[in-house]
Design a protein around this ligand. Sequence first.
Ligand SMILES: C[S@@+](CC[C@H](N)C(=O)[O-])C[C@H]1O[C@@H](n2cnc3c(N)ncnc32)[C@H](O)[C@@H]1O
Length: 235
Amino acid sequence: MTKQVKSKERVAEHGEVFTAEREVKAMCDLVSNMCEDYSKRFLEPACGDGNFLAEILSRKLANIKKNYRRSSYDFERFSVFAVSSIYGVELLMDNVIECRKRLFAIWDKEYKNVCKKDCNEQTREAVKYILSKNILCGNALTLMRVDENQQDTDKPIIFPEWSVIGGTSLKRRDFRLDVLLKVGEKPQDKKQKSIFDNEEDITKYLTLNPVTGEYIAKPIKEYPQLPYRRVQEND
Ligand SMILES: C[S@@+](CC[C@H](N)C(=O)[O-])C[C@H]1O[C@@H](n2cnc3c(N)ncnc32)[C@H](O)[C@@H]1O
């Protein structure tokens, strides 16, 4: 069993107590169908080293393996899409690095196991790249990126949305997390500011759905679609 506490100081300063595997599994069981679906997106705010994300990724990969164990072509692409659906925010950079490495190791173990001699470094680099964009060092309360002393910077947390196009390509659109959290609200709700709202007016990143009258997020940047093995070329 992995340790739930790294040090007394980290518990006192950052509330760092990791969730035990039994509880993680029990909570994932509550949404087991979603956890098996490679396309369902999950965000773990305050993800630590990724206890929930690791379990969710393992479940997604197990399901892909069940369906595509005889096809390297299908296992590879669906497993990359599964990684691209997993997001995390964490205050401490050492946890962020551990989380990315842990998710990569889970994916790579299954990749080797299923794809064997068909494994290639280009796909591994693409997966590392996606994890570097999806698991970010930031403050989940203010929704800003943080520096090495866990202090807020002036940069908001921005996540890429990866959409599968034509079965083998990924289209990336970047969104601010604070904007995404307003989606589905109506303009009058916006006036009730939360204590965690930052000062910037973010309505310029929102547009109104003419049918429902609710906010929809606008991407802050769109990239051309690329074959999934080459997603890093857009940077
Ligand atoms: C209770 S632990 C939970 C970790 C993981 N979610 C789990 O269940 O095992 C809380 C984590 O949140 C991080 N944390 C504390 N304040 C945070 C904040 N404002 N934004 C993002 N992460 C934060 C801590 O560094 C710690 O890793």
